[in-house]
Design a protein around this ligand. Structure first.
Ligand SMILES: C[S@@+](CC[C@H](N)C(=O)[O-])C[C@H]1O[C@@H](n2cnc3c(N)ncnc32)[C@H](O)[C@@H]1O
Length: 424
């Protein structure tokens, strides 16, 4: 698989940005802005603290195909923080300032890229932050620096342990599973946005190199040597191996919540995941929201509704040459999600006749749905209007909810409906 390596040298020509990198930047920008808006809910809050680690930061500046100069991930992150602060001030009509105590640590193994980035930061007006230590640059491999960076997050916020790791690796082997595990074990509220080029991996793996891949990445047990044996590869082997790798990576990291969506790559580039790992369902919801916003560029190769792995990756390719229609986070996907959820919600409630809190209902399913909480709420409200389900307050009294559900509202199948489902 050809890997396009970006190169930077100050005074030299800028590397041309690939379209999928621009897509990642848009998602990162939106995610960060929404992330801060979600975290700062009270106009009385005086401070928000976060450490952002850009583990594969690059040189900070590119040229687009059309000749426009565009920022790289460190600048995108800094601009998003500025935008979030302005929006918090405006949307909460604050008189009092809020302190965004954000430290950005940029790591790249290429000294020339880091030097380029430092020059770009100066040019873009972030020189003072470089000198004060609010922005730190490190030359070296991410993995070699991970422990020191985790220690810095703990020093800065021993209680909240809040940190976002943007790990935009080339390929698939620069962020070993034990490192992800260490992040999730050592910190209370870490999040990781991880690029993982799963197609490149599957093109590269063979029976001969499987063990060394496992030793290097810690992703043992996800792929068997039979999977790699060309004589036994059926049409579905690629999707099956992808699903196993996804399981191993996400649950193996120690994160509680994840998204498995793919960036739709440029022509000639394989599929790659932009995985989001977190410890809070709200973070996962904000990320799902960002995918819907950039619907032209993200895909999910599974079902809509609450059981997205049921046909899961198996739906992606029915033979090696004929990709099926993917879930594209567009209007069609949105309608199909609503329809699936309206069918599945009564089935779930039929098993929980005492009812279930809306928050619990959503959180129990969040890892296996491409839908956001707002979309699930719409499906529930449609079922309420159709008199299939009812909503109770926490004291058990009936609530006539039309527009907005609260987290502790209890959803329950209406009696008539349960009679129909149970046939008695
Ligand atoms: C795809 S570019 C990153 C671009 C940057 N995240 C952006 O979006 O603007 C990957 C960068 O990772 C660096 N790199 C590759 N392997 C690395 C490693 N193991 N640790 C740290 N940096 C690495 C490369 O030098 C390159 O600058």
């Amino acid at each position: 698989m050809p890997v396009t390596h970006y190169e930077w040298s100050w005074g030299g020509s800028l590397p041309e940005i690939l379209r999928h990198s621009e897509v990642k930047h848009s998602l990162l920008r939106d995610y960060l802005v929404d992330y801060f808006l979600t975290l700062v809910t009270s106009p009385a809050q005086e401070k928000i603290q976060l450490t952002i680690v850009d583990g594969f930061c690059g040189g900070g500046w590119y040229v687009s195909k059309s000749g426009r100069e565009v920022p790289g991930s460190p600048i995108v992150i800094l601009q998003a923080v500025d935008e979030a602060k302005a929006r918090v001030m405006q949307e909460q009509q604050r008189r009092k300032n809020i302190l965004f105590d954000v430290k950005l640590i940029c790591i790249d193994k290429d000294a020339s890229a880091v030097e380029h980035l430092r020059q770009v930061l100066e040019q873009q007006g972030y020189g003072e932050k470089l000198r004060s230590g609010e922005i730190e640059t490190l030359v070296g491999e991410f993995d070699q620096n991970a422990e020191a960076v985790i220690a810095e997050v703990r020093r800065r916020s021993p209680r909240s342990g809040r940190a976002l790791f943007v790990l935009d690796q080339y390929g698939y082997n620069q962020v070993p599973l034990p490192t992800l595990k260490q992040i999730f074990a050592a910190l209370k509220q870490p999040e990781v946005i991880l690029t993982f080029n799963v197609d490149a991996l599957l093109n590269y793996l063979s029976e001969g190199n499987l063990r060394s891949f496992e030793r290097q990445t810690g992703l043992d047990g996800a792929v068997s040597s039979t999977d790699m044996d060309k004589r036994y590869r059926g049409p579905g082997w690629r999707v099956r191996v992808q699903a196993n790798l996804y399981q191993r990576l996400t649950t193996g990291s120690g994160a509680r919540f994840f998204t498995p969506f793919f960036v739709r790559p440029d022509r000639g580039h394989g599929d790659f995941w932009l995985l989001h790992l977190s410890q809070h369902w709200k973070a996962r919801d904000v990320m799902a929201h960002a995918h819907w916003k950039h619907h032209n560029h993200f895909v999910h190769y599974g079902a809509s509704g609450f059981d997205m792995f049921s046909t899961g990756y198996a739906a992606k390719i029915d033979d090696e040459e004929r990709p099926q229609a993917a879930f594209e986070f567009d209007d069609i996907a949105s309608k199909s999600s609503l329809a699936s959820m309206m069918e599945q919600i009564p089935q779930v409630l039929a098993q929980r006749r005492e009812g279930v809190r809306f928050r619990d209902f959503f959180v129990e399913r969040v890892n296996t749905t491409p839908a956001t909480q707002a979309m699930v709420e719409q499906a529930v409200l449609s079922l309420v209007r159709e008199r299939e389900i009812e909503v109770l307050g926490d004291n058990g009294s009936l609530r006539h909810v039309k527009k907005a559900l609260q987290d502790d509202h209890v959803l329950r199948l209406r009696d008539q409906r349960s009679l129909l489902l149970f046939g008695s």
